[in-house]
Design a protein around this ligand. Structure first.
Ligand code: AMP
Length: 216
């Protein structure tokens, strides 16, 4: 089963993806996490894409399609976070494996900017925290591995604006692509601070009931 979790940057795809994958028995594949790992490990591919990520731009379609084709080969129970982000990528994914459901996290821009500028990421294991909604137990330190927490270069306010603009321009078309197939579950959330466990349970129930839209 292929599930997509979809929405603007900072909508909570990472955290909800983790929770839902446990409930559904799926492996989470986050394109952003994979790309940041390539950069951290300074692979040839990582060095090639670092500038693109720092500027908040999208990796070119042909490059990411080839990369994700390799990642997805031999895997069929996945929850994809961050892919596809363009219609060209969505069409390419259909040729690899057709997604069954798209969970669309619909969060307003003002909430996104507030949340993202408070996001912290572990430089060692990549775990995500938030200064407002998901504080680490010890300030600046990762709960799970003890690594140092930092603010992603692409979470700086001017880059957030740019990423949101890109999302509005390109990625919304992807949503229309899946809406026309009737496989979208829209999850509306305009709160800055949401109980993740409770919200994930609501989404899980909505998936079982095959709802088209819920409010958190
Ligand atoms: P994310 O962690 O999902 O916000 O992704 C971080 C960055 O990785 C994005 O701003 C892009 O530069 C790059 N990226 C992630 N997924 C994709 C994708 N499907 N297509 C192109 N670039 C991507």
């Amino acid at each position: 089963m292929i599930l997509l979790i979809f929405g603007p940057p900072g909508a909570g795809k990472g955290v909800y993806g983790q929770e839902l994958s446990k409930k559904l028995g799926l492996e989470v594949i986050s394109t952003g996490d994979l790309l940041r790992k390539e950069i951290r490990e300074q692979t040839e591919f990582g060095l090639k894409i670092k500038g693109i990520l720092d500027r908040g731009e999208l990796v070119p379609d042909d490059v990411i399609i080839e990369y994700m084709g390799k990642v997805l080969s031999g895997r069929d129970n996945v929850l994809l976070d961050g892919f596809p982000r363009t219609v060209k990528q969505a069409e390419a994914l259909d040729k690899i494996a057709k997604p069954e459901l798209v969970i669309y996290l619909n969060v307003p821009k003002e909430i996104i900017v507030k949340r993202l500028s408070a996001r912290l990421v572990c430089e060692k294991c990549g775990a995500s925290y938030n200064k407002i909604t998901l504080k680490p137990k010890k300030e600046g330190i990762c709960d799970s591995c003890g690594g140092k927490l930092y603010v992603r270069d692409d979470d700086k306010p001017e880059v957030i604006e740019k990423r949101f603009e890109k999302y509005e321009k390109e990625t919304k078309d992807v949503l229309d692509f899946y809406k026309s197939k009737g496989i979208v579950l829209e999850v509306l959330n305009d709160k800055i601070n949401t109980d993740i466990k409770e919200a994930s349970e609501k989404i899980f129930e909505a998936i079982k009931k095959k709802s088209e839209r819920i409010y958190l």
